[in-house]
Design a protein around this ligand. Sequence first.
Ligand code: BTN
Length: 243
Amino acid sequence: MNDLKDIKILKFDTLSSTNLYLKDNYPHLDDKTVVVANHQTAGRGRLGRTWIDSDDLLFSILLKNNLNEKVSSLSLLICASLFKTLKRYFNDVKIKWPNDILVNNKKILGILLEAITNSKIDCVIIGIGINVNNRNFTDDLIMKATSFSLETNKSFNKDTLLNEVLNDFFHEYDLYIYDKSDYLNICKENSWLINKIVTIKADGIRKTAIVKDILNNGNILLSVDSHDLELNYGEVTLEEVYK
Ligand code: BTN
């Protein structure tokens, strides 16, 4: 395992959002700085959604290494490293492309990946929200979301879990920099989405498609109207997923 002695971890009780903190402060922070908050007042999810927390693990990782050509597959790497951590706790763990991990078919964590670009990528901010001790999901989430505590009837120390997640991530990230990570196989073998029938909305048009593969560049390969179609997560909304 890696150790975290070279990693700067900034801990706050309350922030608006750990991703926003890094966006505002990245020019004077080191590569691999991690920001953790106990609570966020304006936690952000994908697609402009808000991320409501309750005794969860909320943190963001700043990467300032020159990631230009690698950034497209970074979300797969993050999913693979989180998968490895969660597999030590749960049997049924699946990666739901592009950015979620499911335990027993319910979302246990979400990832918000943001890149700050000028003419090139200045930095990447990886925001991760893990449902740890939250046992009270709202009615609209209770069927779709779960937490460490709900799955096990125990409560968890968030600092211990953070150390494990970061150790796994930075270990996998070091391998990835030297093209030695097996992240793509992990994502394919443990994909929740491959072979599922989905409704997609691309270019304003709704269509039914079958998910065929996850590609090394982070894109998804679909079969639509008997043709292959490769899309990235910015180009497609998975509206519904059928078994
Ligand atoms: C999603 O599933 O939509 C992604 C959720 C990401 C939430 C995390 S919590 C820590 C970090 N700070 C934020 O404002 N968002 C991410």
